[in-house]
Design a protein. Structure first.
Length: 208
């Protein structure tokens, strides 16, 4: 009887050990499956991280190139502006130097009671007497004296004076152009008288 009980007990223990071993094996298999799944997940995450890194690197490189182009473009523009500013400053310095050179002239003019318009003196031909050789006729002297008496009053009327003070026929002469016109008008008015006088001199010379 005791032998049978002992065999039954041993059989039960053997079955329990086998059951425990099988259960442990199942747990190990389940753990191995989970480990494999985790490894695959980690591999996927690494691939995604690598993809993100590649995109970030490409984006950073593109941004660096765009920033480089932008900086170079702005540097060229600033360089061009600097050249333009330097040219402008050079021109201004030249103008300032020129104005400084003219400043003493203006000061002298202001010291002489204001600026006066400087008009060029008209070139006039003054009649010159002919040389007298020996006992020449006195008509050459008469011709010269008559020409001088006729020319000098007209020339004195045509001499340029200060434009702010001079008046011709109740008209103030403000510019060289107006003075020139007025002088021509006076000269034209005196032409008939001068021609008449010259005719008289010619008749007088022929009579001699």
């Amino acid at each position: 009887m005791s032998k049978e009980v002992t065999e039954n007990v041993e059989g039960i223990e053997t079955r329990e050990r086998a059951r425990e071993t099988s259960h442990s094996r199942d747990i190990l298999l389940a753990l191995e499956d989970r480990v494999v799944t985790l490894e695959e997940s980690v591999r996927d995450i690494k691939e995604r991280i690598d993809d993100v890194d590649d995109r970030l690197n490409d984006g950073l490189q593109s941004m660096q190139e765009q920033l480089k182009v932008y900086v170079l473009d702005n540097v060229e523009k600033l360089t061009g502006r600097d050249d333009a500013i330097e040219a402008m400053m050079t021109t201004l310095k030249e103008e300032i130097a020129e104005l400084k050179g003219e400043l003493p002239v203006y000061k002298v003019a202001l010291g002489n009671r204001g600026l006066a318009i400087v008009t060029p003196k008209p070139s006039v031909d003054v009649p010159k007497p002919k040389e007298l050789k020996g006992i020449r006729s006195a008509r050459y002297v008469d011709n010269f004296l008559w020409g001088s008496n006729t020319f000098v009053p007209k020339a004195s009327q045509m001499m340029p004076l200060r434009s702010i003070d001079v008046r011709r026929d109740e008209t103030e002469i403000r510019t060289w152009e107006s003075f020139n016109v007025s002088s021509k008008h006076i000269f034209i008015q005196s032409m008939p008288r001068m021609r008449l006088g010259q005719g008289c001199v010619d008749l007088h010379n022929k009579a001699l």
